[in-house]
Design a protein around this ligand. Structure first.
Ligand code: DP6
Length: 328
């Protein structure tokens, strides 16, 4: 039984339109280039934290069951960052759950470390600014920096060696644009190569890696302009080519990294067919096979119906923009 109250925070998953795929500093998760993402509802991680001097060891529960050794280790290492910063030495109780399947290919590590960063810093008596919190969440997983702010988010490449200027910031509030994402669940299997390892292999062996990083910088600037202008066509075209370029760089690694299945490729063609029919949908995809189609809310039913009839798509999840990580 616990007597001490727990501090609870929630954070949403995010989907990159200009992808992060390469680091300039691996231990600090500093990106080789900036990225741009959508913070997405309803995909949420809720995390409760309490520091307790009576605890000899951290106690970590994921989705109502004791966490795996790998998950617990990653969580403990992150808690150590918070303990160091707050001068706290006690053990920690963490209870975390996701309202979406890990297999959705919507990196639960992003919403997970964002929620943990907020709950753990508050439980340890720290009150960080949003940029500080984002930079801290980044240490858990790079993309977690982008799940701290809401709406449309830019994660800055930064220059500082300590990473203090590599944090994410909202450039548009979630209420300001009705962008939607329909995620096609193509496979519930665990991905063959994790994103961290895939990035390292691509950076060290793909002949296209330098060109990919140059493209990220160009696309980030153009995507920011498209958001300011609310130009969905421009943003969608940038998103589709950023995803295809990232995968092209990974495909050219040695050995080649193929996240796609036939269903993923069908998803690319589907987006193009829909556009020919006047439904503005753009393809994107991350370190897994799930095809994700970005559209405006007026087209979401057409996109969902089309994706659900695609061979190999088991079901879909429809998402819209969400607000920032917050205390519950
Ligand atoms: C393909 O943030 O999961 O989803 O920083 O090594 O934890 P680490 O990687 P992670 O990478 C996400 C990669 C991506 C593209 C993106 O979200 O920008």
């Amino acid at each position: 039984m616990m007597n001490d109250p727990m501090t609870t925070a929630k954070a949403h998953a995010n989907l990159a339109l200009v992808k992060y795929f390469g680091k300039r500093d691996v231990p600090l998760n500093l990106p080789a280039a900036g990225s741009l993402s959508l913070t997405l509802a309803p995909l949420t991680t809720t995390t409760a934290v309490a520091f307790d001097e009576a605890l000899k060891e951290d106690e970590i529960v994921l989705n109502d069951a004791p966490a795996s050794a790998a998950f617990a280790k990653r969580t403990r290492r992150f808690l150590d960052l918070v303990r160091d910063r707050a001068g706290v030495r006690s053990g920690c109780r963490v209870r975390t759950s996701n309202n979406f399947p890990t297999a959705a290919g919507l990196a639960s590590s992003a919403s997970g470390f964002a929620a943990l960063a907020l709950a753990a810093t508050r439980a340890a008596g720290l009150a960080l600014t949003e940029p500080e919190l984002s930079a801290l969440a980044r240490r858990g997983s790079g993309s977690a920096s982008r799940s701290v702010p809401g709406g449309i988010v830019v994660w800055h490449e930064g220059r500082a060696a300590d990473g203090s200027d590599s944090f994410a910031q909202s450039i548009l509030d979630h209420s300001q644009w009705d962008i939607c994402v329909v995620v096609g669940i193509a496979s519930e299997e665990k991905k063959a190569v994790g994103s961290t390892a895939a990035m390292t292999r691509t950076a060290t062996t793909s002949p296209y890696y330098p060109a990919w990083i140059d493209a990220c910088r160009r696309d980030l600037a153009l995507a920011q302009d498209a958001v300011v202008d609310r130009n969905f066509t421009a943003l969608g075209e940038i998103a589709e080519r950023s995803a295809l370029s990232m995968h092209a760089a990974a495909l050219a690694a040695d050995p080649g990294i193929v996240f796609w299945t036939g269903t993923t490729v069908e998803g690319i063609h589907l987006a193009r067919t829909l556009r020919k029919r006047g439904v503005e949908a753009y393809f994107t995809c991350d370190a897994g096979p799930q095809p994700k189609l970005v559209c405006l809310s007026k087209d979401v039913d057409a996109v969902k119906n089309a994706l659900e009839t695609l061979g190999g798509v088991l079901r879909t999840i429809t998402c819209r923009l969400a607000g920032p990580a917050s205390l519950v």
